[in-house]
Ligand binder design. Structure first.
Ligand code: IPM
Ligand code: MG
Length: 366
């Protein structure tokens, strides 16, 4: 049975970068015996435009039935005035919640070819390779109570709840430790245990998991306050290997880490569920960058994060590691050749469009 990939291109530059992935899939299907079926659906603002909801139930069910979901990006200023539940971002949050994608893997890798694109000194970021493991279905993003309510004449109150259970903390901690085992054997857990009870519980549960599981004894665990972690990331990012943290801190720290590499347009991400009763893991892959409405439609977006997200899907969800490795190699190789989309352009390099970049990847796969 061919595997099925659901493509949700979304808004802004989403369709342009997704179309490069489609090009690659079609080429691999025709020329390299990749047997991958794709289904395309709407999510985000484009879905709202046609159906008045950012994610229809039908698309959600298709996501649940697919072997993996590939998402471009959602959102744009056109939708900023919409009521909360209709916003494009709700598509993303609903997919995360309903598919139970609790573990979000966000690598921050500095490609040696792009070291000078970072705002930090080359020696601070060269060969940087960090993995941020962000909890994705809990914390303040989903906690109840939430809302805006009147409290007195002309006065309103906005409420969100930051809440974590032991179980939620432990399962994401395990993901971080399992990754560290295959990497550089260091886990840093970031929280605000100095001000938040939920942060205190976070720290205690991570430590307890480590103390109680012999198989991780070769891993070095440290705890760091999240604000200090933000500071350490710009001071000396190479001290980190795997960082495990909650939903909100993970949102911020992963943007910071990504930008360190000077190549936000280069970074993929994976979101994974636990195994269900049938042993199935649900997953969604998306670039770390957003929908970049300011450059949408101009053919200048960098498709590499999207292409690398597809490679991650091949590796982590579709058991097609060889194809994934080939794509990873192709990306390195086009960078080496000096091909650059405008976001990573430097003097002496060759500026290419979104589709030229996609085609260059295919040339390398030949
Ligand atoms: C991210 C984004 C999302 C988030 C937004 C678009 C809802 O910033 O994936 O990091 O806050 O999680
Ligand atoms: Mg974010």
């Amino acid at each position: 049975m061919p595997k099925n990939l659901l493509l949700l291109a979304g808004d802004g530059i989403g369709p342009e970068i997704m179309s490069e992935v489609k090009k690659i899939i079609n080429w691999l299907n025709t020329n390299k015996k990749l047997d991958l079926q794709i289904t395309e659906e709407l999510a985000g603002g484009v879905s709202y435009d046609q159906t008045k909801t950012p994610l229809t139930d039908d698309v959600l069910y298709k996501a649940m039935d697919s072997d993996a979901v590939l998402l471009g990006a959602v959102g744009g200023p056109r939708y900023d005035q919409l009521e909360f539940s209709k916003r494009p971002e709700r598509a993303l949050l609903r997919l995360r919640k309903e598919l139970r994608l609790f573990a979000n893997l966000r690598p921050a890798i500095c490609f040696s070819e792009l070291v000078s694109a970072s705002s930090l000194k080359p020696e601070i970021v060269s060969d940087l390779d960090i993995m941020i493991v962000r909890e994705l279905t809990g914390g303040i993003y989903f906690g109840e109570p939430r809302g805006i309510e009147p409290i007195a004449k002309g006065e309103r109150k906005g409420v969100n709840t930051h809440v974590y259970t032991s179980k939620e903390i432990v399962r994401v901690t395990k993901v971080a430790f399992d990754l560290a085992k295959k990497r550089n054997k260091k886990v840093t857990s970031a929280e605000k245990s100095n001000v938040m009870e939920a942060g205190m519980l976070w720290k205690e549960e991570v430590q307890k998991f480590y103390d109680e599981n012999e198989e991780y004894k070769d891993i070095e665990l440290s705890h760091m306050l999240a604000d200090n972690c933000a500071m350490q990331l710009v001071r000396n990012p190479k001290q980190f290997d795997v960082i495990v943290t909650d939903n909100l801190f993970g949102d911020m720290l992963s943007d910071e880490a990504a930008m360190l590499t000077g190549s936000l347009g280069m970074l993929p991400s994976a979101s994974l569920s636990e195994k269900d009763k049938n042993g199935r893991i649900r997953s969604m892959y998306e670039p770390c960058h957003g929908s970049a409405p300011d450059i949408a439609g101009q053919g200048i977006a960098n498709p590499l994060a999207m292409i690398l997200s597809f490679a991650m899907a091949l590796k982590y969800s579709l058991d097609l590691d060889t194809y994934a490795d080939e794509i990873d190699k192709a990306v390195k190789s086009v960078l080496k050749d000096g091909l650059r989309t405008p976001d990573i352009m430097e003097i002496g390099k060759r500026k290419v469009s979104t589709s030229e970049m996609g085609s260059a990847i295919i040339d390398k796969l030949k």
